[in-house]
Design a protein around this ligand. Sequence first.
Ligand code: NZQ
Ligand code: ZN
Length: 391
Amino acid sequence: MDNFTFYAPTYFAFGKDTERETGKYVKRFGGTRVLIHYGGGSVIRSGLLDRVKESLEAEQIGYVELGGVKPNPRSGLVYEGIALCREEKVDFILAVGGGSTIDSAKAIAAGVSYDGDFWDYYQGKVVEQAVPIGTVLTISAAGSEGSPDSVITKEEGMYKRAATGEALRPRFTIMNPALTQTLPAYQTACGITDIMAHLYERYLTNTKEVECTDRMIEALLLTMIHEGPRAIAEPDNYEARANIMWAGMMAHNNSCGVGRTQDWTSHSIEHELSALYDCAHGAGLAVVMPAVFTYNLQHDVMRFAQAAVRVWGCQMDFGNPQRTAVEGIEALRSFLISIGMPKNFAELGAREEDIEKLAHTACYGDVEAGTTGGFVPLGQKDVEAVYRLML
Ligand code: NZQ
Ligand code: ZN
């Protein structure tokens, strides 16, 4: 295990009706004037936004609102939010929604405290200062509710990039699993896929002797395999939703990723797809993951075989571990298809003729790295080959 530090000070309030306490938590964490940030309207339709506002009013906390965050959130609204917060002297940002809303709120929070262009943070500058944020989560997926990361798409060039920094971790997060019961099955499945991807990105490591975090990841993957189909078949199943919600947070607050190198190839390759085609991040990952794993299989056959045996219940073939490893990847692929995820480029709405451009942006983008991925650094030609496996 590698050396590490871990500090994840988000305060979680989990369970039924917890959103009614939002105002109390804003007050506890020092907010006196709030920006309420939300998406395309699901929180209005469900009545959640009204409940959150009531809880702020009950604590005499003033607020302004900025809705309209789109899935795969864009830089334009971030600039608008930064200007609004400065004008209104906002000292706390409350994201009510999913990963896109939370990420947009984080970008605004970082931008308000910074004299330069907030996009600097999405080109490698670490966020060290930000306006405090809190979240009321409505979808189990991105894990942004407990993570120090934010992913934004810059409209100019359609670069989808991530920023990170401990200052971005939410001060508090309200998690009421019942709020996710209104999700369409497709969005639930996208979330399940994303959560599983966050686990795989950490599982694919070059660090030896990481049994504790390996086992934690396996437990969370098994939870998703058990609870995911239940939540899709019975959208109102509170217990299934609750288990998925907590698993989704733990999959990405990095408690499972400490002390080990991580991969993130699938995310990098997927981000190009959701930037260009505006597909759901989870749907993109469903197509990307089996292809990346197949391409990288030879790098560490035993790691894939271990996942196959421990997570997917495959029988270890000691004479031919590669057969077991492939069986595990195929089990993942079948599972994702069974919950309604797309299986190839065409179903995702992606085009073969874009492959070169996609691979180039994944490896170079607006930061000249040249490769992507931590498990096996892939160059542009490799990434093109991975995209071809998705056809
Ligand atoms: O916009 P509204 O109307 O709220 O509708 C949303 C949106 O259309 C809807 N929705 C959310 N909660 C709902 C609901 N509909 C009905 N009932 C509810 N309770 O679902 C749609 C998707 O929402 P979004 O916020 O986009 O989903 P998600 O949480 O999957 O976020 C995706 C974004 O997070 C990024 C992704 O790249 C993508 O941009 N990620 C962020 C990460 C992070 N910050 O740590 C890590 C992830 O790997 C990921 O990259
Ligand atoms: Zn993700």
